[in-house]
Design a protein around this ligand. Sequence first.
Ligand code: ATP
Length: 372
Amino acid sequence: MAGLRIEHLYKRYENDGKKKNAVKNDYAVKDLNLVADQGEFIALLGPSGCGKTTTLRMTAGLEDITKGEIYIGDTLVNNLHPKDRHIGLAFEDYAMYPPLTVYDNIAFNLKAKGVDKAEIDKRVREIAPLMQCDDLLDKMPVKLSGGQKQRVNIARAIIRRPELLLMDEPLSHLDGKARQAMRTEIKRLINDIKCTTIYVTHDQLEAMSLADKIAIINFGVLQQYGTPAEVYDDPVNEFVASFIGEPPMNIIETTIIGEGDHFLFTFANSNLKIAVPERYNNVVSNGFKCKMGVRPMDVLIGGADSKGTPEEVATFENLGDERRIGIHVGSSLLMLITDDETRYKAGDIIKLEVRGEKTHLFDIETGNRIRA
Ligand code: ATP
């Protein structure tokens, strides 16, 4: 097992115009730096086309590197053939060999390497229960469900005891429930085999629930690299703040006003006022314009004696264990999540209380976090 180090990595495709949405004269990956310690589970997270797969493919040796270095352990692998990188690959298309049984599919790479038959059998029978495919070994791929194919796919990737496991959207073909179940299985598996893992996903929930660290990428540029708690609680910019969390953080333009010895967020065409945390007193001033961010769970409905601002409910969604309410703040919709069981409807008045201490400030032009 080894860690991974990516230094100043760039990828520029020579665009032949054939690939849909191909980047023209621009970098698919720009100056990416990333360190995964031995045994860590890293998620590469970002919207479609941000460069996640390209990064993974360069790490696997399936794509040329334009500039930069990739080290697996202490070995510079830029010029190493994929088979010499000690990696396991599980990509979204299962790519099994249809004429071979599950057993032979799992064993395929070891056979190709000339590993002894008894050793292959031992390893297949070790891996199969880990991936809960011991009952499937005699089956043909065509007889498997999506979830079963996915398990076999991952078993094939880990049987070689890779130093680095690379997974690209391995759950993307599964529907909601099966996806959730496989997520739990992957978590258990990685705990068992303790293999350094790079996992590509555009699903923030998957990244948050699986990863030790998340690298959030946009337009080929790393935005933030940190633990799930860090990227959730301490986002570096508006992109990260709105990409992590469901529903996303509310981010609304505000003009800050001074009132006595404290400051308030105010909003165009709205009566809502929210206290600016005192720690910002030295960075804001009367008339200061920026964006205010607050997560939906930090917006609360006040009780009967609440001093909160009366606001009209604009939207109400009942999701069973939680309810989501939208309030118009000027032209923006401020979302809140509540476990209050009242069935609100549009037009109802609620007293809105916002946890001022949980608000974030973002620069209007750059989207960067304004820090106290
Ligand atoms: P997705 O989640 O949709 O797979 P991604 O984040 O993995 O997206 P990449 O597949 O790495 O993104 O693509 C990054 C950028 O590089 C995209 O703009 C894509 O169109 C472009 N690209 C990818 N492969 C090629 C190629 N072979 N030739 C030209 N451009 C490419």
